[in-house]
Design a binder for this molecule. Structure first.
Ligand code: C5P
Length: 225
């Protein structure tokens, strides 16, 4: 048992392709300053949880298992075609005694352990769903199908949300029962009418998606490590 006698599981969806990054290998296996994205993402979570389930890209399960062969807390399974399916596949393997489940994108490989702890602390304080978020600098428009602006939400009410996102285990299971697809797990929880707490995020927990993000990540690692 982990923190406060509660059992914490973590799911890491890592089954995305490297296409948008301009890479021929899956994104989670791209190396930044000597370490893969998946190894970095695991490091920010592992000390704080009792188990980690990684959803690996098809045909790369063994390669990813090999990176963690000395750690019994880590299990690797096959991911799905979209992120929500990868999370759902991992969710089916989570220990049934889990009290809380964190979901963390492999692509946010510079999120710190402090970010994980902020999410866990909010769960232990009584929230059932917690996401880190940062203020947005751009003005965001809602557009219609013809690319005309429909509305402009007030910037002060917007947050760009990140991972790890944390949930009471029974709520995340319920949220995924719908089988719906969403770009984050909190959206599925919101659809159940459950309150989602936003705690402070970190600029460096940015999702690595484009070649420019990869350049940024390399510079960051070389400067700080
Ligand atoms: O595609 P995107 O970068 O938004 O994905 C966010 C996270 O979801 C990444 O860590 C990626 O590896 C993961 N993912 C997944 N299964 C998919 C697509 C994305 O696990 N089919």
């Amino acid at each position: 048992m982990g923190i406060n006698g509660e059992f914490f599981s973590a799911i890491i969806p890592a089954a995305g392709s490297g296409d948008r990054l301009g890479q021929s290998i899956p994104k989670s296996l791209v190396v930044i300053n000597g370490k893969t994205l998946i190894q970095r993402a695991v490091e920010s979570i592992l000390p704080h949880v009792d188990e980690v389930i990684i959803a690996a890209p098809k045909d790369f399960e063994l390669e990813i298992s090999g990176l963690f062969s000395d750690n019994k807390k880590i299990k690797v399974i096959s991911g799905g075609e979209v992120r929500s399916k990868s999370v759902a596949a991992a969710l089916s393997q989570v220990n049934q005694n889990a009290d809380y489940i964190l979901v963390h994108d492999a692509a946010r490989c510079f999120a710190t352990q402090a970010q994980t702890i902020r999410v866990i602390d909010a769960l232990l304080a009584g929230d059932h769903a917690v996401v880190p978020g940062i203020e947005v600098v751009d003005t965001i428009k809602v557009i219609d199908a013809n690319n005309f602006a429909e509305s402009t939400p007030s910037r002060s009410s917007l947050r760009a949300v990140q991972t790890p996102q944390g949930f009471s285990a029974r709520i995340l299971h319920r949220a995924h029962q719908s089988g719906n697809d969403a770009t984050d797990d909190a959206a599925l929880v919101e659809a159940l009418g459950i309150a989602v707490r936003v705690v402070p995020g970190e600029p460096n927990a940015h999702k690595i998606t484009t070649p420019a993000d990869l350049e940024w990540a390399k510079r960051l690692a070389e400067t700080n490590e």
